[in-house]
Design a protein around this ligand. Structure first.
Ligand code: NAP
Length: 248
């Protein structure tokens, strides 16, 4: 029996990068996958087909994670299509980096809405069905920057720190109903985004990491698998750092 056989997972922002890796790994372990994207319908359709080829049910939804009403519609639609949601992965996220001196109000608000308010939007609307089924695992993808801070990322770091407070509060509120809420804090993960960076810059980052390499999407997906599955049934309110030792 696979670890996530008959489980339904909703992942936000899975058209590429870490979210896509999470979808593929959880499908390999038997989960049926509902996922969202914002601006990449072709990539969403491609992922849907790949997931189906693993023999699981899969469907992509175009939905803006930063919008409260869109999240309500999304959750209702996924519950109609899949009948339940066992695991929620809040992964959708953006950066709008700038030094505070130059950061605009819009850059601050946009990042907070997409990274932090999105967690409220989905969790708020999913809790009723999880309370009813008396089980659930909510996994929020934060960042090492949410604990450490980073020059040029005041907006992003604030959003990721906020996700940690949100995670712990939800864990305290919903633990008695067997609903767990944990966060994963990736360090430097090599995705399409980092693939476009100057190789010397990437090497400089890798050299500063004790394990001497950036992480892969699989490193994060495996941590998500742990929190999603019954391997972690007594773990809630925690932040798991997956960063090769860069923040130790
Ligand atoms: P990415 O490659 O830029 O992918 C972001 C995903 O989020 C895409 O699927 C994108 O969809 C989706 N998205 C963006 N805004 C959205 C919105 N408003 N509503 C719905 N979906 C939206 O990012 P990534 O590197 O995989 O990062 C994934 C998560 O890990 C983020 O929360 C990020 O902060 C966190 N993280 C990443 C790293 C890293 O090194 N990569 C490190 C620490 C934490 P479209 O393609 O449709 O636009």
């Amino acid at each position: 029996m696979k670890l996530l056989e008959n489980k339904v997972v909703l992942i936000t922002g899975a058209s590429r990068g870490i979210g896509r890796g999470i979808a593929l790994t959880l499908a390999q372990h038997g989960a049926n996958i509902a996922f969202t994207y914002l601006s990449s319908p072709e990539k969403g359709m491609e992922l849907e087909n790949i997931l189906k080829s693993h023999g699981v049910k899969a469907k992509g939804y175009q939905s803006d994670a930063s919008q409260f009403n869109a999240a309500e519609q999304l959750i209702n639609q996924v519950l109609t299509d899949f009948e339940k949601i066992d695991i929620l992965v809040n992964n959708a996220g953006i950066t709008r980096d700038n030094l505070l001196m130059r950061m605009t109000e819009e850059q601050f608000d946009e990042v907070l809405r997409t990274n932090l308010k999105s967690c409220f939007n989905t969790t708020k609307h999913i809790q009723k069905s999880m309370l009813k089924q008396r089980s659930g695992s909510i996994i929020n993808i934060t960042s090492v920057v949410g604990e450490k801070g980073n020059a040029g990322q005041a907006n992003y770091a604030a959003s990721k720190a906020g996700m940690i407070g949100f995670t712990k509060s939800v864990a305290l509120e919903l633990g008695s109903r067997n609903i767990r809420c944990n966060a994963i804090a990736p360090g430097f993960i090599e995705t399409e985004m980092t693939g476009s960076l100057d190789p010397a810059t990437v090497k400089g980052w890798a050299d500063a990491i004790p394990m001497k390499r950036g992480g892969t999407v699989d490193d994060i997906a495996n941590a998500v698998l742990f929190f999603a599955s019954d391997l972690s049934t007594y773990i809630t309110g925690q932040v798991l750092h997956v960063n090769g030792g860069m923040y130790t």
